[in-house]
Design a protein around this ligand. Structure first.
Ligand code: GLU
Length: 477
């Protein structure tokens, strides 16, 4: 079989992290089967329309490297096709016009709720005669088209993730297929398109599982071959509630803006519901393609764990900086990112070198390195190491100032600076805490920061000596 899949987002503003996972699983499944991957923009819900959201979606999907073989195809450009199929169902008495007003439907629902019945359309308009219908159509009365579900029929299908799903049509509603604005509902459009585009495997979020029986009924009504379905488990917050904006970021674009690398996000998201059952945690996209198997997708909800994502992203950043020649393109991406958030420095590359081992995401470098640009106003007691005292600290700062003053600019590199400081300990009879600690805090104004040699190197000689002098003055007053 020639595998054809699709990712079918609605352009509602951003790509949800769950949407990214759906796109990724479709992509991995397709590529591992040498199939075709289609991008379809499901933009028939005009109430949720957000201008240009489709373009952003396409860009985001491409930024993640999930290249599609066909598309984007827009449903809004296919309206006539859905109309044609809806009319066909009407003709075959598998669908019917419904002229019920909103008030009537609201009342119906309220009564049903009051009587503890499942809210469901009561087929009021199914009893209209042909001439009544024609008259109403002629009078331009607003209408929708509803599918006429078969009575008391068991619909079952085998979901590739959830296994057998069974439902009685009596528990379903006569779904609207064409809305009063003459746009199709998702349910009609999705079935028509998946059929016309020869989709063999529909891989989508679990929230669509309850709609699938209705879709299957439509396939049967049209006499179309039913594709395979795989519904992906819900994404959960750590408290096991549904992953939502309220508890943190859910938009893939926001993660990118914060400096999560696309490949690290892909790596992380791949594991939200799937597991290759090995110890290996860092996977390139090609390795994911090689190992991915839809049957191994779990149906239990997957918890979105930001700590795990941070760990994966940190691992990628470190690896790229350590192998910058080999991974030049990725390195440049990180460097450009940093140049954008630290526009007033020509030391972006050096700052990256010093801070890269400490980054969960690239954006963090801004705050971590802020002391480089402006010395924080710190308390002078911070200069004194817990096992030291004021006098020894002053001595450490003065020794430091003196030996560092004599280091030539051309030898102002991390290795030499480290040696110079180490070599000063013995002759001056100072413990490391009397020298390294006060120098480091004098340079950073912080109780935690990179090592003295690293900061000296990034700050440069003049600024470093200045900061040590400030510290001596502080202690002396
Ligand atoms: N347009 C739907 C969504 O945005 C797609 C559902 C499907 O893949 O069938 O979730």
């Amino acid at each position: 079989m020639n595998i054809i899949t699709r990712f079918a987002p609605s352009p509602t503003g951003y790509l949800h992290i769950g949407g990214l996972r759906t796109a990724l699983y479709n992509y991995l499944f397709t590529k591992s089967n040498k199939g075709k991957f289609i991008l379809r923009i499901e933009d028939t819900d005009r109430t949720r329309y957000v201008k240009d959201a489709d373009k952003q979606l396409v860009n985001t999907i491409k930024a993640f490297g999930l290249n599609f073989d066909e598309g984007p195809i827009y449903q809004s450009q296919r309206l006539k096709i859905y109309q044609k199929y809806a009319k066909q169902l009407i003709k075959e008495k598998k669908a019917y016009y419904c002229f019920c007003t909103k008030e009537r439907l609201d009342n119906l629902r309220k009564n049903q709720e009051k009587n503890k019945q499942v809210p469901k359309y009561d087929r009021h308009c199914l009893s209209l005669t042909d001439s009544e219908i024609q008259k109403k159509l002629k009078n331009k009365e607003p209408y929708v088209i509803r599918m006429k579900l078969p009575d008391n029929e068991i619909i079952n299908f085998n979901d590739l993730v959830y296994g057998e799903v069974k439902i009685n049509t009596n528990d379903l509603d006569d779904q609207v297929l064409i809305k009063s604005d003459s746009f199709p509902t998702y349910h009609l459009a999705v079935v028509v398109d998946d059929h016309e585009m020869n989709i063999t495997h529909i891989i989508r979020g679990e929230e669509w599982l309850p709609s699938t029986p209705k879709h299957i009924i439509l396939y049967k009504m049209f006499n179309w071959e039913i594709p395979n379905f795989a519904h992906l488990p819900l994404l959960l917050n750590p408290d096991r509630s549904k992953l939502s904006k309220r508890q943190g970021d859910v938009s893939a674009e926001d993660f990118i803006k914060k400096g999560y690398l696309p490949q690290a996000l892909i790596n992380y998201v791949a594991f939200l519901g799937w597991n290759p059952k090995t110890e290996k945690e860092i996977y390139s996209i090609q390795e994911l393609i090689n190992d991915f198997a839809i049957e191994k997708v779990n149906k239990a909800g997957a918890v979105f764990d930001i700590n795990k994502l941070n760990w994966i992203n940190a691992t990628y950043i470190r690896n790229i900086v350590e192998n910058k020649t080999k991974l030049e393109k990725d390195y440049k991406y990180i460097l450009n990112f940093i140049k954008n958030i630290l526009p007033n420095t020509n030391r972006a590359e050096d700052i990256l070198k010093v801070f890269s081992p400490r980054l969960n995401n690239i954006q963090e470098i801004k705050e971590l390195s802020s002391f480089i640009f402006e010395l924080p106003n710190y308390d002078k007691n911070l200069l004194i190491f817990k096992k030291s005292n004021k006098d020894l600290t002053l001595k450490g700062l003065e020794v430091g100032l003196q030996i560092l003053s004599s280091v030539e600019e051309s030898r102002w590199d991390q290795e030499n600076l480290n040696n110079v400081l180490n070599n000063a300990l013995k002759p001056s009879n100072l413990a490391p805490g009397d020298l390294f600690w006060p120098i480091r805090t004098a340079l950073s104004g912080l109780d935690k920061s990179p090592s003295p040699a690293e900061i000296l190197w990034v700050l440069g000689k003049t600024e470093s000596l200045n900061r040590i002098k400030i510290a001596i003055e502080k202690l002396n007053t």
